[in-house]
Design a protein around this ligand. Sequence first.
Ligand code: SAM
Ligand code: SF4
Length: 284
Amino acid sequence: MNSETGHKTILDTFGRKHDYLRISLTERCNLRCFYCMPETGVALRDKSHFMTSEEVIAIAKTFVGLGVKKIRLTGGEPLIKKDVANVIKQLGELPVELAISTNAVLVHNFIDVFKDAGIKSVNVSLDSLNADRFNKISRRENFEIIKSNIDLLIANDFDVKINVVVMRDVNEDEIIDFVSWSKRDRINIRFIEFMPFDGNKWDWNKKVSLQEILDITNAYFGQDEVIKITDKPNDTAKNYQLKDSKGSFGIISTVTNPFCDTCNRIRLTADGKIKNCLFSSGET
Ligand code: SAM
Ligand code: SF4
């Protein structure tokens, strides 16, 4: 509790203030990105292990009472949760900034739900602009609907961030295509370094670093064309923009340049556990 303002704050033992809650609504997904999900999907557990919608709302309210200012819905794929529209609606009534990360396969069904709940920012995963390649990475055939749903989000004035996990010999040859897209459209491309998680075939050589991504863009567009723009406080990305472009691009360097000291996140897993760090196996 802040003795001057009377407001509650979650402070950790490193003095970091945690006011951003990420809620995983489900572990399951309708895609099978090879770096994230086993080909057969996650092992199914009885639904009694997972939070009900009412529990999600109750826990979110508790965190908002403790000073949380932003909530992001994620997963797995949040939009496949039964009753997700109702969860979004109820969270939209809380005094927080509400955002969502999705693979966008089902986004066309949720445009009004997002708007009614006051969602402004939608993060979409898209690791390739080449349909065959994307479908291979995600082991499904959804490229066209995802691309058209991204256009739909842009047309409806959402702030759209495109998350691209950059992997050597998989999609690093598309960095220039993605950055060029940010020149044409009002989107923020976020290149994410490939992160090691249990059993995801991570290997140090597959990671493409922040510096390498910058070197590639500087070499192609010319150093004078690539402008560093101001990062928001607690932003995990270092952000840049090409001159005269509608959008921007950022690089999330979790592996080569971790940002633990400014982390303000708390994660709530679909089975109701609190996780302080994405890389930690410890849960409460
Ligand atoms: N299904 C939604 C989606 O794909 O946006 C939300 C959940 S997904 C786990 C959230 C983000 O984590 C995605 O952008 C995905 O690319 C990223 N991600 C998953 N595994 C990763 C890994 N090994 N390295 C880097 N990013 C990863
Ligand atoms: Fe993982 Fe998201 Fe891909 Fe699903 S869409 S497999 S949750 S990265």
